[in-house]
Design a protein around this ligand. Sequence first.
Ligand code: SAH
Length: 221
Amino acid sequence: MSLYSPERDIYRRARERMVSQQIAARGITDERVLEAMRRIPRHLFVEEALRDQAYADHPLPIGYGQTISQPYIVALMTEALELRGPEKVLEVGTGSGYQTAILAELARWVYSIERHAPLLERARRVLEALGYDNVFFRVGDGTRGWPEAAPFDAIIVTAAGPRVPEPLLEQLAEGGRLVMPVGDEWSQVLVKVVKRGGTFHRQTLEPVRFVKLVGEYGFEE
Ligand code: SAH
């Protein structure tokens, strides 16, 4: 018995509307990102009482004071990673696992770290039920990265920190891209760092608001 049957998905049209009205309409053009977001059943990553809101234009609570990011922000960050298929990706902040599923569709390997074990276990169950077998999970402080698996072609941090954690820069491959929200607890900007010729090139994308990145190279609890 599989958890998910695409033929019986009553949310298919909601998902198509989400992609056209919230994502493509705001300038996301990477067809692989749009296709992944049309395909992945986002409603399975939120609790049942919130399923009807899963495709709405805002974040939703997932427990433990955390949130599943707004669909547009997921698309924006994913497009910025420039995934083409063969990459090894590090994700810090598994949360619901929705972003993890997008990465698993678009890259070869995903290494995902979450500090709240119960969130990670729930995400792992959903991803396994959907058939993803290219994701490695770890409970812990993702600001330290995952040194044994480095270097990474892309790194995404889905919680906001005061700065880009040094270990993550060290674990970025040549040519690699890192995307994360940087700022204070209340407001941040999305920062993209590209490592080229051994140096880091930094640009800012958009103002955002994320939950706190808590860890050695993040905020205190
Ligand atoms: N991409 C997720 C976002 C979840 S919110 C989604 O859309 O569902 C951010 C997550 O980062 C939370 O689950 C939080 O527990 C986690 N987090 C915060 N600091 C962390 C750290 N240092 N290491 C790993 N995970 C962290």
